[in-house]
Design a protein. Structure first.
Length: 263
């Protein structure tokens, strides 16, 4: 996600194409549509338009920001490409939500070798509050020892345990998140975070490597000790590039593969 540039425009004033640098700094320039994109992002982040809601039309936004409709369209094109909004033919543009079927596979790239992808069954093994380990704190941009929520679960496809995951979430944001709530909630976990904790995952950074299953993981995944697994370490971000989740997963790939579409 692109962060707001230093040369933003006043929502109530006509927009201009170039920014003005502060004394002693180098001048910076931002295309007009990027400035409009930043303003729309501010409205998304502030909750002016909630996930799943219709946003104003391009004409209405052009009037609001006093720019051309084409400039607004180009800004929304980028937001759509980044999966922050969704265009629906004949209906308008909506704020993207993790409750949409297609969104459920945006952050899960493990696909079956045969058949159509479908949601996993979750077995929550552990949920507890603890003090953030130093590395997790660094990744979440919080202080070492700050409160985090730790979750461990196994995800199964068609009855076969396939993923063991450990998650760390900032305790200050996810107050009240319990094992009972996770078990009773039947939708996607990111949908729960979005609806009940006001935290929408915008993008993620992942590191992938091959590892061998230790005895504990092998037992959970019902595979032999030292079976090759895919290790996926992810940091997920919300608006403003704020990290709000560290997730470490071990994937079986005997009947699944990791798929990433590049463009």
């Amino acid at each position: 996600m692109s962060s707001a540039t230093s040369n933003t425009i006043n929502p109530g004033a006509p927009a201009t194409g170039a920014g003005v640098a502060a004394p002693g700094t180098s001048p910076t320039f931002s295309p007009l549509y990027q400035q409009i994109k930043s303003l729309i992002l501010q409205s998304l982040q502030s909750g002016e338009w909630k996930p799943g809601e219709l946003i104003p039309s391009e004409v209405e936004l052009a009037n609001r920001f006093k720019v051309s409709q084409g400039t607004v369209r180009k800004a929304i094109d980028e937001l759509s490409a980044e999966n922050l909004v969704v265009r629906r033919q004949g209906k308008g543009t909506f704020v993207a939500t993790h409750h949409e079927a297609r969104a459920q596979f945006r952050f899960l790239r493990l696909m079956p070798d045969t058949g159509e992808p479908h949601s996993a069954d979750n077995n929550i093994l552990e949920v507890k509050r603890l003090r953030a380990p130093a590395e997790v704190a660094r990744q979440l941009d919080i202080k070492s020892g700050d409160s985090v929520v730790f979750i461990k679960r196994v995800q199964s496809f068609d009855g076969a345990p396939t993923i063991v995951e450990e998650l760390w979430l900032p305790g200050a944001i996810f107050k009240g998140l319990t094992a009972e709530r996770l078990v009773e909630y039947k939708g996607p976990m990111y949908g729960l975070f979005e609806t009940e904790f006001g935290t929408r995952m915008i993008r993620a950074s992942e590191r992938i490597r091959a590892v061998a299953a230790d005895e504990s993981t092998a037992e959970l995944l019902n595979v032999a000790h030292n079976t090759p697994l895919l290790s996926v370490e992810r940091v997920s971000y919300t608006y403003g590039d704020k990290p709000v989740e560290v997730r470490r997963g071990l994937y079986r790939t005997d009947s699944h593969h990791y798929q990433n579409d590049l463009s």
